[in-house]
Design a protein around this ligand. Structure first.
Ligand SMILES: [Zn+2]
Ligand SMILES: [Zn+2]
Length: 69
């Protein structure tokens, strides 16, 4: 399995599935992780749920979402 953003191999826990396109990408899940993020975490201001969004979809995110953290 590989990241659809950078084409690099996805390994272990530092993987997220995009909320919009459902493809997998790199996202550092721990402070110790050294992976380069290929997406971001957004918060849905309506449901207050966190969602992972790949860089390819960041510009298409729903307007009620705000960057988390
Ligand atoms: Zn990647
Ligand atoms: Zn996406």
């Amino acid at each position: 399995m590989s990241c659809h953003i950078c084409q690099g191999e996805l390994s272990g826990n530092d993987t997220a599935s995009c909320h919009l396109c459902y493809r997998d990408f790199h996202l550092a899940m721990t402070i110790q992780s050294t992976v380069v993020d290929c997406g971001q975490i957004f918060m849905d201001n309506d449901s207050l749920a966190l969602a992972f969004v790949c860089n390819a979809c960041v510009d298409e995110r729903p307007s009620q979402w705000a960057p988390a953290g």
